[in-house]
Design a protein around this ligand. Structure first.
Ligand code: HEM
Length: 293
């Protein structure tokens, strides 16, 4: 029986690295993907495949598509390379580096590494703005039904769809906001994570309240902070049984429903986004049969 890549359902690790690859030498795709299967356990190494690879293989993964151009007024967003996405989870930066090198070597020359971002846990799971992230994530069986394709889609059961976005924070702007403005931007009090009933409609948690959508829009967020030099932000990562819940949330965040834009955009913005499909595991290995292998 197929099971999900276990790393998806585990809490975010202490350290991570996100790799995004584009297609390069198309003559050896199959061979290089099989080499990846030998290296990726789905637990410490979570793998996703994007539309550019799936189209090249001439197969169809129902529900997989390119990242849509949904963005707030005045903001552009780039599509990240979407052939292969790898989330390396761990607690030792050196070990992650060497695993990353090994995987990059195994995927070459069919796939070229285009983006490599180190990420980390901040203050037991906070965003770099200081707010706790992940509080309203579903857990247990609800996490599985939110994030993993069920038996109603036999060909894809146990797999998952992941939406990723790299956000960059403007720390100066955030720090210049009053404490109340910061709390109202999120809709929770930073000091104790209490939800604020009197937060404005633009508050992030009011925009994205998962039960408030019809149908309800639950996702399993596994975002982690990133930093380079003195810049930083959030690698937003949300797993879903489809992209529908994420898209509904993002459309409301940018004001498509009611013209109200999420106050998050005051101090942070998405630079890039991509969609991937994460295959299930069969006998502990990535099951590439939906890709025709
Ligand atoms: C820089 C980007 C972002 C930051 C800093 C951020 C931060 C937060 C924080 C602090 C919370 C409250 C605690 C929690 O329940 O986790 C939250 C909730 C949430 N966020 Fe974000 N978020 C970001 C982007 C996004 C995006 C792009 C989406 C989806 C399109 C999203 C979806 C959600 C959802 C679904 C919740 C829970 C809402 C609920 O049901 O109460 N977030 N986020």
């Amino acid at each position: 029986m197929n099971t999900p890549q276990t790393g998806i359902l585990l809490p975010p690790p202490a350290l991570a690295r996100y790799l995004a690859f584009s297609l390069s030498d198309k003559t050896c795709i199959a061979e290089r993907l099989l080499a990846l299967v030998g290296l990726a356990d789905g637990n410490n190494t979570v793998v996703g495949f994007g539309q550019s690879l799936v189209s090249e293989l001439g197969v169809n993964i129902p529900g997989l598509k390119r990242f849509p151009l949904i963005t707030a007024p005045g903001l552009g967003i780039e599509n990240a390379p979407d052939a292969v996405w790898i989330w390396l989870r761990g607690d030792d930066r050196g070990e992650i580096l060497h695993r990353s090198r090994k995987i990059t070597r195994a995927l070459a020359p069919a796939f070229r590494l285009e983006d490599c971002r180190d990420a980390f846990k901040y203050a037991e799971g906070h965003d770099l703005s200081g707010f706790e992230d992940g509080t309203e994530n579903p857990t247990g069986g609800q996490a599985i039904s939110a994030a993993i394709v069920g038996a109603d889609q036999p060909g894809l059961a146990g797999s998952s769809f992941v939406a990723t976005q790299r956000w960059q924070h403007d720390f100066e702007c955030f720090e210049a906001m009053s404490e109340q403005a910061q709390n109202h931007a999120i809709g929770r009090r930073q000091s104790d994570n209490e939800e604020l009933e009197d937060a404005p409609e633009s508050a992030h948690v009011k925009r994205t309240a998962q039960e408030s959508f019809s149908p309800e829009a639950f996702v399993l967020r596994r975002s982690m902070p990133w930093a380079e030099g003195n810049s930083g932000g959030l690698m937003f990562v949300a797993f879903g049984a489809s992209f529908d819940a994420f898209e509904a949330q993002l459309r409301r965040m940018v004001g498509e429903e009611d013209g109200i834009v999420d106050a998050l955009f005051t101090f942070t913005r998405p630079l890039s986004g991509a969609y991937y499909w994460c295959p299930a595991l069969k006998d502990g290995k990535l099951d590439l049969s939906p890709l025709g292998f």
